[in-house]
Design a binder for this molecule. Structure first.
Ligand code: AMP
Ligand code: GLY
Length: 423
């Protein structure tokens, strides 16, 4: 079959790379893709926001399956437009993608169906929000309702900081429409893990657990980013916790979406906090994680094209999904100024080719005058594969040492939390 990936970042590079290896897939396309993705996909320069142009291309070229990478096209309803054109889609509808697009929607649904998450209130009035903060005390977490590119969450350590965040979102219009309503929730402490699952509307098949590193600096210091590195499998998710998360989070949420008339099709991403009371949901995303995908998919022992098509058709079975032994680790190289800004056009030196045990996925690069240059906050995801996590990390960091650009930033402590569980 012919598969078209929507998007052009590191997650989509990984999806296209894995799809290109699938026996069921004859050809991979990407809209818009990237220069680096040309090694595995034919990239088509169409703006995804032009749904008409996208569906015209898909129809004309007889594309069998579309895999939508980022949240923005999902929340905007691209999956619906492609489905209406009669083409199979891996990715939730606009209505279903509210699970990521609206924190209020997600929290209300979790409450209705008893899915473990932090206690919360919803506010669009500053005085009422401040009264709630006074009542609850700090630490406390303030979240803009809508999509805010990972920046709409403030974990406030003091009541003053919490109130300032509320004013910033509700009165100062910091996130525009996305912040006109806020969710204020209980602070949860614990270690975080990302649990992704393939879902066909009814059947849920979890992937291996991974762990992201959201802060820019080592030791989880500094501002939040889109994610500075990942590893999988993440041993914080023991078999018992995986079963608990499957039984109490993934299965009930998929059943809830079906019951609500918005069946979930695609990758369901549960961001979990492992609290003393067990796993609780920090957030749901309606797509693969970035950079979780970069460590999870290399370990998938299965035909990604076949799995995605089965999700789209409602025929997913557990035996389609198996996992390779060993570990994967991804170190993100970010550009100067990230996450506040990003620096463009810094020339990237070094060999960026794939080897047997290292993969380099491009998150934000462009190709100019015969060189790859920086073109985004997160630039490259350097993945090491190995028999265990230590080997995977060693291999990844060896490649990191050989790839340079002006102002390069990366974390040196990816994966270190895992060792507390492995000892
Ligand atoms: P989110 O965008 O909802 O994933 O939030 C970004 C980050 O804020 C998460 O990865 C957590 O580290 C942190 N966070 C969000 N909600 C909470 C919470 N209720 N308690 C503690 N930390 C949280
Ligand atoms: N890595 C976090 C996310 O994809 O939302």
């Amino acid at each position: 079959m012919k598969v078209c990936v929507i998007g052009g970042g590191g997650r989509e590079h990984t999806l296209a790379w894995k799809l290109a290896q699938s026996d069921s897939v004859e050809k991979v396309y990407a809209i818009p893709g990237s220069k680096a993705m040309e090694d595995v996909a034919e990239c088509i320069a169409i703006d995804w926001q032009d749904f008409g142009a996208v569906t015209e291309f898909l129809t004309k070229d007889n594309i069998d399956l579309v895999a939508i990478g980022p949240e923005a096209p999902l929340v905007a309803g691209l999956a619906d437009a492609v489905r209406e054109a009669g083409i199979a889609v891996f990715g939730p509808s606009k209505a279903t993608a509210q699970l990521e697009g609206s924190k209020v929607f997600a929290k209300d649904l979790m409450k209705k169906y008893n899915i473990p998450t932090a206690a919360y209130g919803v506010f669009d009035d500053v005085a009422k929000a401040e009264a709630f903060i006074d009542e609850t005390g700090a630490p406390i977490v303030i979240k803009a309702d809508g999509l805010a590119a990972g920046k709409g969450v403030v974990v406030a350590m003091t009541v003053e900081e919490a109130k300032a965040a509320v004013v910033d979102m509700l009165s100062a219009n910091r996130f525009g429409d996305a912040g006109h309503t806020v969710v204020i929730e209980e602070f949860m402490s614990g270690e975080e893990a990302s649990l992704l699952a393939f879902v066909d509307g009814t059947t849920v098949v979890p992937m291996i657990a991974s762990q992201d590193h959201k802060r820019i600096f080592d030791g989880d210091k500094g501002p939040n980013t889109g994610g500075m590195g990942t590893y999988a499998p993440a041993p914080v998710m023991t078999d018992a916790l995986l079963k608990e998360a499957y039984d109490k989070v993934l299965v009930p949420m998929v059943a809830a979406m079906k019951k609500e008339g918005m069946p979930y099709v695609g990758c369901l991403y549960a961001g979990l906090m492992i609290t003393p009371q067990g796993p609780k949901v920090v957030e749901f995303n309606a797509r693969f994680g970035d950079p979780e995908t970069q460590v999870v998919l290399p370990l998938l022992d299965g035909d990604l094209g076949e799995i995605m098509m089965a999700c789209a058709k409602g025929t997913l079975t557990e035996d389609m999904v198996a996992w390779k032994k060993g570990s994967a680790a991804c170190v993100i190289l970010a550009s100067a100024g990230y996450p506040e800004t990003s620096h463009k056009d810094d020339v990237i030196d070094g060999d960026l080719s794939f080897t047997d045990n290292t993969l380099i996925f491009h998150s934000g690069t462009a190709y100019k005058d015969g060189h790859f240059v920086t073109a985004g906050g997160r630039v490259l995801g350097i993945v090491g594969l190995g028999a265990d996590l230590q080997v995977a990390l060693d291999v990844a960091y060896e490649r990191v040492a050989k790839v340079g650009f002006e102002g390069r930033q990366y974390r040196k402590d990816i994966g270190q939390k895992a060792f507390a569980h492995l000892r």
